[in-house]
Design a binder for this molecule. Sequence first.
Ligand code: OGA
Ligand code: MN
Length: 204
Amino acid sequence: MTAAFETIANGLAEHGYSITDQFLNQAEVDAILSSGSFQAAAENFRKAGVGKQGPRRINEAIRGDYIQWLDKTSSSPAVSTYLNRVEALMQFMNHTLFLSLKDYEIHMTVYPVGSYYKRHLDQFRTDDHRKLSIICYLNEGWKEADGGHLRIYLPDRALDVLPIAGRLVCFRSDQLEHEVLPATRDRLSLTGWILDQFADLKHL
Ligand code: OGA
Ligand code: MN
């Protein structure tokens, strides 16, 4: 993983973003998709249309995704594999880029067919603790024609990224505006942020 971490650090330092394939390998993606936590969330996502409990759909005019925050202390082994890799990435960034990242927050995400997230920045005026956005996609056999691109607005052009399984996109939360285009399939990911504060302090 060290080579991948180096590539990510270089990309962030030079361009403010980085795209890494095989951040999770096929077996790791499969394990997450079939893990208890993801299956339970998927079931809840399906029910969310009728019930008031479980996963949340926030501000539907702007974004149509369902999210469920991960609890680091009770994640399945498959999800923990990912969390541990994010933790290692965070430590690596601190050493190589002299950052003082402290923690991360991650949710499982499903964009149902046709839903999107309009152009936005991941830092809010009221909360600037999100430093790096990290999204790992879990969509096997995803094709260009399926849509659902992440469109990143770089200073000189827009960059469209396909949400293919195992791919990690990492970018500076305070700098790069982006949007999620609608897809013809449900679009699954683990979406998170690396913070310069402990996650449990954020909501105090
Ligand atoms: C977000 C977001 C991008 C993606 O959740 O803030 O921009 O590709 N997600 O899922
Ligand atoms: Mn975003």
